[in-house]
Write a protein that binds this ligand. Structure first.
Ligand code: TEU
Length: 591
């Protein structure tokens, strides 16, 4: 029997599905596993003083909005002092706030105001590198004998057969070109896995480590924050031989070099040190950005027994169809690849003492509706709700990126490259733009994959600049702010925002199934529909069906012998027993 008259989950029979009192849990229950984390990227969130840049006051002003959405934890992307070459991931002082974002007082207020509302705050911990404007680096570069010389990674040049000076090895930066920059002052190169202005710290140096701990970690834990998102958490320990890496891209002078900096020889020693000395004593939580790696490698960081970090981001979903070494080498994907990626991510911690996350957007990713759904006016909301359905049903701590809750989409394809400001995009275009001779194709992929897509200002209302600022925004506001904005969705029960609220409530209500349950995909071969079960430890089940196409498809109930009770639907009409509408999503409880 299929009961799909009611989408109001309040009306379901709670007796058979509520089981908070299970005594033989194998997966340990923790508040942070059940939390919904909301990521704020300060520059584009909300400007309170009209200077065109988002700020901390702007965040404080919206705490009630976030609470109402069902958020438990806020992750603030870097708000520290910085020249902003990589939008704050280039820090010049960990103990100061970037002046356009506000002051230390503002941060203290944000922490207090959040705590008052029962919201936790986690900060971005960016300690693989600093800005080249950090005092430590200024000293380090000043002479070969400076006491801080060894706090960064300096190497002498190599000379080729013609006697020309070359970088010490062929490692490539994530932001194009060599990972080494020559400094004339001391005739040596320094390493930067990211931009030239982001020199890598030398974690082999104990004094450097102690300084990082004191300034970047302890300072903020003592201010009362609740934990960290750990940036590039797998990269601190470099293989010390600094050899050339094998050639992966023959068309490039410099090569991806993960082999010698990802999960390096001392990485676990460093994380254990941080956990033992700071995270555990402060009872803080951590989520690591460890990057693409095997399950075995990943588990070493997040197994509870390892005592390194609580959870991590796995990249299977956000890198589906992409060459993980170069986001702009886009191959495309089909629904089966997509299912496989979700399966890997959602089943990651099964049978272990580890934990993981669920996310489909962040500041480094394009908007999910444009990438995995359909951002045409006809299907934008439907496909956004379908993606939300998927997100709330999966195992792991759930992360939502600012603007995702209102269904923001990628930048318009018609915009010129000049509207793109991210250093990753700008450098890539500079290096590859003229070479290919076909900038239209390059712009297609930039428009699909660039990080700029996630960085356009939040659209709060339909007034000028989408209500983001009363001044001139630092980056162009999306043209669609009149159609997509918070205010117009707040009181509309059919809006994307209302759907997210409902879906989040449901996830919490049935946390045994959604947060902790096991994923079983029922239709691996189906290229149109994604159907799966979530099964909790007592055998209770939820049945999730999502049409991932822009057409109506046949719906075949794969559980004909069971009683199904609908608890979530993205349709406003009565549901069909035989058809799924374009991007239709449903969740049933199975009895
Ligand atoms: O990203 C690290 C990372 O490896 C990538 O996600 C990176 O952005 C991508 O490969 C570039 O194409 C983190 C931050 O999330 C990112 O915003 C920073 O730029 C980067 O570290 C450097 O701090």
């Amino acid at each position: 029997m299929v009961n799909h008259q009611s989408v109001n989950h309040q009306s379901v029979n709670h007796r058979t599905v509520s089981h908070q009192t299970v005594s033989h849990q194998t997966v340990k229950h923790q508040w942070w596993k059940e939390s919904i984390v909301y990521q704020i990227w300060p520059a584009s969130y909300k400007d309170s003083n009209g200077d065109g840049v988002g700020d901390i006051r702007g965040i404080v002003d919206t705490l009630d909005y976030l609470k109402e959405l069902g958020i438990d934890v806020i992750w603030i992307s870097p708000m520290y002092d910085s020249p902003q070459d990589d939008m704050g991931y280039d820090i010049s002082d960990y103990e100061k706030i970037y002046e356009k974002y506000g002051t230390l007082n503002d941060m203290e207020d944000l922490i207090n105001e959040s705590h008052k509302r029962g919201l936790k705050i986690i900060l971005d911990l960016v300690i693989n590198h600093t800005s080249n404007q950090h005092e430590w680096f200024k000293e380090s570069r000043s002479s070969k004998t400076n006491p801080k010389r060894d706090w960064y990674i300096w190497k002498p040049p190599r000379y080729d057969e013609n006697g020309n000076r070359q970088p010490p090895n062929n490692w490539g930066s994530y932001f194009s070109g060599s990972a080494w920059t020559y400094d004339q002052l001391t005739d040596e190169y320094y390493l930067h896995l990211f931009a030239e202005s982001q020199p890598d710290l030398n974690w082999e140096n104990k004094l450097a480590r102690e300084a990082i701990y004191k300034s970047a970690i302890l300072f903020w834990l003592q201010k009362g924050i609740d934990g960290f998102r750990i940036d590039t958490a797998g990269m601190y320990s470099k293989v010390q031989s600094f050899k050339d890496v094998p050639i992966i891209f023959p068309d490039k002078d410099f090569q991806p070099c993960k082999l010698y900096h990802q999960h390096g020889p001392r990485i676990h020693e460093f994380h254990k040190e941080i956990y033992e000395r700071f995270i555990e004593p402060f009872n803080a939580i951590t989520v690591g950005e460890v990057g693409h790696s095997t399950r075995e490698e990943s588990l070493k960081y997040v197994s509870e027994e390892a005592k390194e970090m609580n959870m991590m981001f796995l990249f299977d979903v956000v890198e589906v169809g992409v060459d993980s070494r170069d986001r702009f080498r886009y191959k495309g994907y089909d629904l089966i690849d997509f299912k496989r990626a979700f399966h890997t991510q959602s089943s990651f911690s099964e049978g272990t003492d580890a934990w993981s996350t669920i996310f489909i957007e962040n500041h480094d990713q394009p908007r999910s509706i444009s990438r995995f759904g359909n951002d045409s006016p006809e299907f934008r909301v439907q496909s956004g709700k379908a993606l939300a359905t998927l997100q709330v049903a999966l195992t792991g701590t759930e992360f939502i990126y600012q603007g995702q809750e209102i269904g923001m989409i990628n930048l318009p394809r018609s915009w010129d490259i000049k509207e793109y400001q991210d250093i990753n995009t700008v450098n890539y275009f500079r290096e590859n733009g003229s070479k290919t001779g076909d900038n239209e194709k390059l712009m297609d992929v930039i428009n699909l994959m660039a990080r700029d897509n996630a960085r356009s200002p939040i659209q709060w209302n339909s007034s000028s600049q989408g209500g983001f600022t009363s001044g001139t925004p630092w980056t162009r506001v999306h043209d669609n702010y009149e159609q997509i904005n918070v205010e117009s969705q707040l009181h509309d029960p059919t809006s994307m925002l209302s759907f997210w609220k409902q879906a989040i409530r449901l996830r919490k209500q049935y946390k045994e199934l959604f947060v902790y349950g096991r994923l079983e995909i029922l239709d691996w071969e189906n290229e149109n529909i994604f159907t799966f079960l979530k099964i909790d430890e007592r055998g209770n089940k939820a049945y999730v069906v999502i049409n991932f196409t822009a057409k109506s498809v046949n719906f075949v109930n794969l559980l004909p012998d069971k009683t199904l009770t609908l608890i979530l639907s993205n349709q406003s009409k009565e549901l069909s027993e035989t058809q799924l509408m374009p991007y239709e999503s449903r969740i049933y409880l199975v009895q």
